[in-house]
Design a protein around this ligand. Sequence first.
Ligand SMILES: Cc1ncc(COP(=O)(O)O)c(C=O)c1O
Length: 418
Amino acid sequence: MTVPSPASGARAREPFQPARRVRAFGTTVFAEFTALANQVKAVNLGQGFPDFPAPAFILQAAKEAIDGHLNQYTRSAGHPRLVHALSRIYSPLFGRTVDPLTEIVVTTGATEGIFATIQALVDPGDEVILIEPFYDSYPASVTMAGGVPVYVPLRAPAGAYSAREWSLDRDELARAFSPRTRLLILNTPHNPVGKVFTREELQAIGELAQQHDVWVLSDEVYEWMVYPDASHVRIGALPGMWERTVTLGSAGKTFSVTGWKIGWAIGPPHLVHAILMAHQWIPFCVATPLQEAVAVAFEQAEARGYFQELVAMYQAKRDKLVRALEQAGLTPTVPDGSYFVLADTGHLDVPVPQGERRDVAVCRWLTTQVGVAAIPPSAFYSPGHRHLVAHLARFTFCKTDEALDEAARRLAVRLGSG
Ligand SMILES: Cc1ncc(COP(=O)(O)O)c(C=O)c1O
């Protein structure tokens, strides 16, 4: 569209162009596949949001906070009751007292934690190491800050059946560091692989970060969804790592309230202060009554056995989806953490339109022809590495048992061998 000139004789403006930092962005893969799933009434195992109610005790706490007139701005770095509750929860997990007033910033979901941390630590031209597959806001936030993403893929042997078979090649990771490297972004438990990084793997990453004097942003939003046989290790709790690590969490994942957009960044005072300097000019502060409700939820969670209940619920749902995928011949990568499963679609003979990526065509076909929506994982890769997941689709199991059973039925009818 050409914008008309405001006064006769004035020079006509150029056609409208948004700022360069957003010019290359399209709509997200989640928006596209959720719209398609709604259109064809597919069971949506694509986007990772729970379709069941949040726990009653957190809903009640939010209602009481609103009725109690906690409806005005609160402290920019985080509502006092929430930062104290977070300090009580996380201090034992980091093996140190996390100062509620200087070592925590409450953010608008982990997404703003990612954005604000990158704004705070990355200068134009700085390099940021991203592990593929990545959560798609990482490269967007890096490029909006003028940073340069450097990609290192997790590698999996052909026919991998377990998330722990996906690993980083240490030498490949070491080669990604340069004098311009400023930050490395890590995600454990990992979306979409479901990998929970081991202590040894995190130590190797930490050693490289220390050697090259690089900060680490550790996105741990699935920290409470870790299944037996795996345990969640925090890189920020490893020797020498606290001083250079920012750890992110999310109430959306922890309490099944993704629409509340409450997250937090935890780290040493110098990093947290820098994040606060960015955060104060992004949202200024985060919704007060919802912060109060998350505080109440954390205060009550342990006594209610909430975290054990959450993991048991998700483990049962994981097993249900893994069984359904196996029965449909879509060999799953069994996750140790998170609520995602990658499944092998390599044997499906799906037409791939010219110029389209195979996993995108397969996920569209699964959505429209099988009635079960999945996300093409190439959306979580840089263009040069997208071929690595042409044979995979990502399914989520943060859905009601009814939805998972209906998906299993549709997969069995369309794809099952029996
Ligand atoms: C790895 C990862 N990080 C961050 C987020 C976003 O968290 P929030 O909803 O708290 O912004 C997600 C959501 O899917 C995620 O998968």
